[in-house]
Design a protein around this ligand. Structure first.
Ligand SMILES: Nc1ncnc2c1ncn2[C@@H]1O[C@H](COP(=O)(O)OP(=O)(O)OP(=O)(O)O)[C@@H](O)[C@H]1O
Length: 320
C-alpha cells in the first residue's frame, strides 16, 4: 500500500511493551504521525521513549496493541517497511578503524537507491571529514555520521533517537535545519529528545511520555497553553502579600514568595495583570521587576511529569 498525503504515516494504538522480567515499559499508548510532520517523543529518563521507537522500527514485537508504519506492521512486514525508513539509534555501532567515507560506502552497498556518499556527508556537514578514521571523530561528529547513514536510502520516514545529544550549539542548529529541510521535502520524522527547546522549535506535534504512558500531547503551543502563565514582581516597600487584592479574585491559581518577590500563576493572564496594575495605580505604587510570561514547554513538562507521578502514586495508594 502506498501512502498519500492524507494518511497517517505512523499509527500507534494502545501499544504495550513488556521486558523479560515482566517489567511493562510501555503501558498502552496511542498517537499518530501525519505525512511530512515532525513528531517528538519527550520524557523523563526511563519514560519509555526508546522502547517505543524500537517497536516502531520493527526491532521487537509489541506485547499488546498495534503499530503501523506506511500502512504495514514493521515487525511482521519488515521487508516492506525497512527500505522506506531511516533509523538513527542512540548508539550507532560501526567499525572504528574504517574512515568516514569507507563507512558510508559500506552502508551504501547494503542500501537500495542510496544517495552518493559525498551527498550524504555534505548533508550532515561531514564533507571534509571523509578521510578521517571513525575512532578519531568527536562524539558530535559520530552523531552526524549516524545521521548520514540514516539518510542514505532517502527514507520516507526517519526515526531519530536523541539525534542531537553530544552536539554543540552550532551542530544542534545545523541538525534542526536539516530536519526542517527534510520535512519540507516530504519526509516524516519521529524523534526523541531530552531537549525541550528542540521539541518546542522543531516539532509540529509532540507527546510527553511518563512511566510508559502519554501524559500530554498536542502541538507545542497546545501543551504549553494547558499550563498557567506566570506573573512576578517585587512587593512595594512596606507592603505585604495580604495588602494585594484577594488572589482568588485576581484569578490566581497558585503563588510563591521569595523574599519580596511574588510569583503568581494564572490561566487568565490578561485579567490578572490588568487588575494588578489597576490596584498598583490606585495605590500609587510601582511593581518593580514586573514580568508577565506564558508557560514554557519546560515548565509544562516539569509540571506534567510531576503531576503524572502524583496521580500514579495516588492510584497505587487507592489500589493498595
Ligand atoms: N532490555 C531491557 N530489559 C528490562 N528493562 C528494560 C530494558 N530496556 C529498558 N528497560 C527499562 O524500560 C524503561 C524504559 O526504558 P527506555 O530506554 O525506553 O526509556 P527512555 O525514555 O528511552 O529513557 P532515556 O531517556 O533514559 O533514554 C526503563 O525503566 C528501563 O530501565
Amino acid at each position: 500500500m502506498e501512502t498519500n498525503e492524507h494518511e497517517h504515516v505512523i499509527e500507534v494504538t494502545d501499544l504495550r511493551r513488556v521486558y523479560g522480567g515482566g517489567f511493562e515499559a510501555v503501558r498502552g499508548i496511542t498517537f499518530h504521525v501525519k505525512h511530512a510532520e515532525v513528531f517528538a517523543l519527550l520524557g523523563t529518563n526511563g519514560a519509555g521513549k526508546t522502547s517505543t521507537v524500537e517497536l516502531l522500527e520493527g526491532l521487537a514485537a509489541p506485547a499488546g496493541g498495534r503499530v503501523r508504519v506506511l500502512g504495514h506492521d514493521p515487525y511482521t512486514e519488515r521487508a516492506a517497511v525497512r527500505p522506506r525508513t531511516g533509523v538513527m539509534l542512540q548508539e550507532g555501532g560501526f567499525p572504528s578503524e574504517l574512515t568516514v567515507g569507507e563507512t558510508v560506502r559500506m552502508w551504501a552497498g547494503c542500501t537500495s537507491g542510496a544517495r552518493p556518499v559525498e551527498e550524504a556527508l555534505e548533508l550532515v556537514g561531514l564533507g571534509r571529514r571523509s578521510g578521517v578514521r571513525v575512532k578519531q571523530l568527536s562524539g558530535g561528529e559520530r552523531r552526524r555520521l549516524d545521521l548520514a547513514l540514516a539518510l542514505l536510502g532517502k527514507p520516507e520516514v526517519l526515526f531519530l533517537d536523541e539525534p542531537t545529544t553530544g552536539l554543540d550549539a552550532e551542530g544542534r542548529r545545523d541538525t534542526w535545519e536539516l530536519v526542517r529541510r527534510l520535512r519540507d521535502t516530504g519526509t516524516t520524522v519521529l524523534l526523541t529528545t531530552h531537549y525541550l527547546e528542540e521539541a518546542e522549535g522543531l516539532a509540529d506535534r509532540l507527546a510527553i511520555l511518563h512511566e510508559g504512558r502519554i501524559a500530554a500531547a498536542g502541538t507545542p503551543a497546545e501543551v504549553t497553553a494547558s499550563q498557567p502563565a506566570r506573573i512576578s514582581f517585587e512587593l512595594p516597600d512596606s507592603y505585604f502579600l495580604g495588602d494585594l487584592p484577594s488572589l482568588g479574585e485576581l484569578g490566581v491559581v497558585g503563588h510563591e514568595t521569595d523574599g519580596r518577590v511574588v510569583r503568581l500563576r494564572t490561566h487568565e493572564v490578561q485579567r490578572t495583570a490588568t487588575e494588578l496594575l489597576v490596584w498598583a495605580r490606585e495605590a500609587g505604587v510601582e511593581l518593580r521587576g514586573l514580568d508577565v510570561r506564558s508557560a514554557s514547554l519546560e515548565e509544562a513538562f516539569l509540571r506534567i511529569a510531576g503531576r503524572a507521578s502524583a496521580v500514579a502514586a495516588e492510584k497505587e495508594e487507592v489500589a493498595a
